[in-house]
Design a protein. Sequence first.
Length: 134
Amino acid sequence: QLQEKNFDLEDAAATWDRVVAKFPRNAEALQRAIDFQMKWGSPERALALHEESVKRRSDAGDALGTARAHSNVAFQRMRLGDDSGALDAYRRARSAYQSLGARQELVQVLVAMAPLAARQGDEAGAQGALAEAE
């Protein structure tokens, strides 16, 4: 964090990469590295870390955490202009939330999916997502 405060962002990014590699089971360390990348670093690196979060949470059997990580991947892909990739990740999150019965999270995903589907030319998919969210 001292590197961040001193705007030594390249060294801070390298430090977070080492922390993530050294502590592969530490979800908090991974989340802090993601937070750093989202705020100061590379959007592409943030996406890679979000994808790593999906893998780690899935490997740990954390179904809710995996679903949330898919949502984070979708959001980051959307920020990078990858609507198709975002929609795919939101579909995985939707399926997981449905399986878990996590209605509130499911509704959030469906609402986020609708404009992406519309931009992809899938008006029926957009309307279906919104209808399912009601």
